[in-house]
Design a protein around this ligand. Structure first.
Ligand code: Z5A
Length: 218
């Protein structure tokens, strides 16, 4: 770590969440540009993945050939990837005063493994305490849209991964779970209507980030 980092204020952590085809990937590039324009050093990463180990986990959990994967194993693998990402990428970046923009984080496990697969919330919370060691997003942008709209968008992309082949009912539970989390933590979440045109989604997300930047300045 360089000496200038020693006294740097801790960076801020932003996560992006949403159901299938919500437009996270489309939005990320614009957000990255906007944040960097504000002279903020940014680390962009994703889950599952973001480290060599995490990308190996991602390949396993998304591979349609991993059909034997038990729901418990899937949950543990998501948190294995997350524990590594926190220690190898997120925590060091925040400590060095950099900001982190992460495509999904722990909320995704509550939504997909909790809501979608029915894994107990208390178990997920216990894993979160252990794996994330207190690291939590300062701001979570939830791109919310009807399941049918998201699925129609995602269908245009071709080969579905192991999770994308789940039923509409699964994705409805994911959506319900995300919305419940947002309602329970309104200070952290900004829910964005992702059925709007892409430009309107970028604008809404940028306003939320500008607010965080404003609140972070001394
Ligand atoms: N997962 C999990 O189960 N548990 C966990 O703890 C974690 C993850 C962390 C991989 O995530 C999978 O891992 C994911 C959840 C699970 N499974 N599913 N399903 P991912 O985030 O890497 O992949 P994804 O959810 O499949 O993302 P996505 O489908 O790529 O969605 P997206 O990035 O949000 O969408 P996009 O690629 O930006 O947009 C999709 C299409 O819509 C594309 O053609 C765009 O041009 C179009 N688009 C985007 N925005 C708009 C607007 N506003 N209007 C019209 N069209 C638009």
């Amino acid at each position: 770590m360089s000496p200038t980092h020693v006294n740097a204020p801790r960076g801020r952590f932003i996560s992006l969440e949403g159901g299938e085809g919500a437009g996270k990937s489309t939005l990320l590039a614009s957000l990255r540009k906007y944040i960097e324009k504000q002279d903020i050093k940014l680390v962009q990463t994703r889950e599952p993945g973001g480290t060599s180990l995490g990308e190996a986990v991602r390949a396993i959990v998304l591979d349609p050939a991993s059909s034997e994967l038990a729901a418990e194993t899937e949950l543990l693998l998501m948190f294995a990837s997350r524990a590594q990402l926190v220690r190898e990428v997120i925590e060091p970046a925040l400590n060095a005063g950099q900001w982190v923009l992460c495509d999904r984080f722990a909320d995704a496990s509550y939504a997909y493994q909790g809501g979608g697969r029915g894994q107990p919330v208390e178990r997920i919370a216990e894993l979160e305490r252990w794996a994330c060691a207190g690291v939590k997003p300062d701001l979570t942008l939830l791109l919310d849209l009807p399941v049918a709209t998201g699925r129609a968008r995602a269908a245009g992309r071709g080969d579905a991964d192991r999770i994308e082949v789940e039923t509409d009912a699964f994705f409805e539970r994911v959506r319900t779970s995300y919305r419940a989390r947002a309602a329970a933590e309104p200070d952290r979440f900004r829910v964005i209507d992702a059925s709007q045109p892409a430009l309107a989604v970028v604008q809404a997300a940028t306003i939320a980030i500008a607010e965080l930047i404003g609140n972070s300045r001394p």
